[in-house]
Design a protein around this ligand. Sequence first.
Ligand SMILES: [N-]=[N+]=N[C@]1([C@H](N)O)O[C@H](CO)[C@@H](O)[C@H](O)[C@H]1O
Length: 825
Amino acid sequence: MNAKANNTQSPAKIDKSDFKAAVVKHLHCTLGTDENKANNHAWWKATCAAMQEHVLEGLRKTQKTHYLNDTRAVHYFSAEFLMGRLLSNNLQNFGLFEVASGALKELGVELTDIMEQEPDMALGNGGLGRLAACFIDSLATMELPAIGYGIHYEHGLFRQEIKSGAQIERPDSWRDYGNPWEICRPESIQEVSLFGYVETKYGENGRVLKEWHPGSIVKGVPWDIPVVGYEGKTVNVLRLWQSEASDYFNWDVFNAGGYVDAQRENVQAETISKVLYPNDETEAGKELRLIQQYFFCSCSLKDIIRRYKRAHGDDWSRFADQVVIQLNDTHPAIAIPELMRILVDRAELDWDQAWGICTQVFAYTNHTLLPEALEKWPARMIEKILPRHLEIIYEINHRFMAEVDKKWPGDNAMKAKLSIIEEGHEKMVRMGHLSVIGSFAVNGVAEMHSRLVKSSLFPEFDELYPGKLTNVTNGITPRRWLKACNPSLSKLIDKKIGVDWPKDLYKLEGLAKFASNKTFQKQFMKVKLENKELLAEEIRQSLDLEVDVNAIFDVQIKRLHEYKRQHLNLLHIMALYRRILENPDYDMHPRVFIFGAKAAPGYKLAKDIIYAINKVADKINNDPRVNNKIKVVFLPNYRVSLAEKMIPASDVSEQISTAGKEASGTGNMKLALNGAVTIGTLDGANVEIAEEVGDDNIFIFGLTVEEVNELKAKGYNPLDYYYKDPEIKAVLDWLETDYFTPGKPGALVSIKQSLLDHGDPYMVLADYRSYSDAQIAVDEAYRDKERWAEMAIINTAKMGKFTSDRSIKDYVDRIWKLSPCKIEN
Ligand SMILES: [N-]=[N+]=N[C@]1([C@H](N)O)O[C@H](CO)[C@@H](O)[C@H](O)[C@H]1O
């Protein structure tokens, strides 16, 4: 049977009729329906199936080639992968988007319509999870052997509904109708032990042997999601683990008459991969969260070792040559004692040999300085769930303390500060310290953040391990975040500088010379206007609200958190509203303030800020005195697929976190890449964006991190600003009335209280006036159409550095030492 017939010829040779035939074949043979009956969901499934044929063929060839070449590979351990939708991405990366679009058009179907059928694979909270998704796209595109390892959550990040202005969480059911992109791999099932106790025995040569008698065993079932590289042949794998009850029955418990107890432990098995913890920047601290982390780390390590042993048997000497594991924050840090347990208890290596391997295999990325996000687990909780691991952590710490003592002899305060174990009434295990000690490289995610990791988070570790702490500035994949989400701008860029930029983003630099070219300015801003019209339609459908596409689309899209200061944006909007009420001729270019943000369900003030934004929006959007100068839009259920619609339509990118709090940000990169101009503080990657675009093409305001620390040190009193600045006072007092919440005075007061009574920890009032002045500068700049067009073009042109391909190259050069492996036909 020739390649054409069974559709396995290389994607590049697939033409419209081939693709059409494949879609119809799957409509008939895979879905058992036909063209006359099929709805968009069926057309989506059939199109995915037609695409999956090539994807799986690519996966098979890639895995075979990596096996035959015994390639060194990176294993990206992450509790989150915020993948979004895959159809458009896979079609684009295989270069089949136009072919598929044409084929479906001939079948009377709009590709863009059926793409809307795909639920987001929202297995992440925000930046950290999306970064993992961008990184595995770049790894495949750069033909680097890599496997993403994570959890196959049945329910991803909750679906947000807004009821009377308030956030309501609904379960995310992304797999209800099956996921066309995943393959179950029962042949690679793993078993994971939990609970129980450790028995100490002595081997013939007096060697101490530790035997863990688990209280429960759960099965880990792997689901593979292929990761298609752009224009390449590499299709790597994302392996996500689902938990299932094993047929292990705890006879000890049963014999002790605890049948139900014995059963209960099995029931728990399914819950392990049931749901993603919806906290961004705060640790969950719950037992189930620790069990989730251990579950996927144990399954993944055993999977890696199974693959390694297939090629190298019990010769562990090559393990660190073949395997590097990147820990995406401390969430998978338990993998360090788990590998030690496997090497010492199972492979019976001696401690030093085992530790030597561990500290050559693991590398750790820190994503935040926020104290509440740095994971610490009660030692008693680890003892209960993972008794052997606590012993190993104590041994790791014991040997580390000797190192500390050698460096700082007799300095108990230093020992206490650096110890993995935080003493106190509740002994805690510091996962950040364990990660630094157990890794050969530690990186922050932007230059400024990595400096702060060295200077304020881990200064002593930087001194103890010179060169271990480094930086790799984040990046984003231009395939999803420009090529796929902004096709009209992509086509314009193709015409201007050729089509190589998706794989070499520095090529965008070629646009800079056209920035002051009037014709190109018009073409560029025409694309922006078209994208704004598309978003206006989305707003109309979602909120039944009309917005003026000639207004400035000012966008703040990210998780809701006080340090990201959506409430600073809100106070300024209220001030603008007040200025217009006081002076109807207040001169400003119309502006639409657009928000997208989910709050962690347990984060009350964050939910109060969402409520306030919606209440203020209702008032302003329905107040004729505003005369359409301002509109406020809160689009519910912000997620990857919605970001792909909002970002191409954005004029202004709000990156207004308190300096020193946002480790990097990645939304800032996506918005600038799509021609939005940033208003922001010198925080995270904003600093590097400003360096790339130049001070004339960005609006920087506010305190620097040094000024924040100075003001904190000398004592920051937000009341000073309340009494000094009448606009601040007026706006905050307004929050206490029922003006925005008729009949419910004080419904918004928690925001005022957080700023005046609870000390305004993120210095909103200190930066208010500077922010307001910067917004006036934005208004003036926007009115100068040519100047703004030039600024917008320069922002796109200068984003070359922020491709995740550059980030991956830095990881490869500085940490992973990987080599690409070409996949032949
Ligand atoms: N966790 N975490 N951290 C974050 C984000 N919230 O997910 O990681 C992101 C990815 O590194 C950063 O861009 C962002 O600044 C940081 O806050």
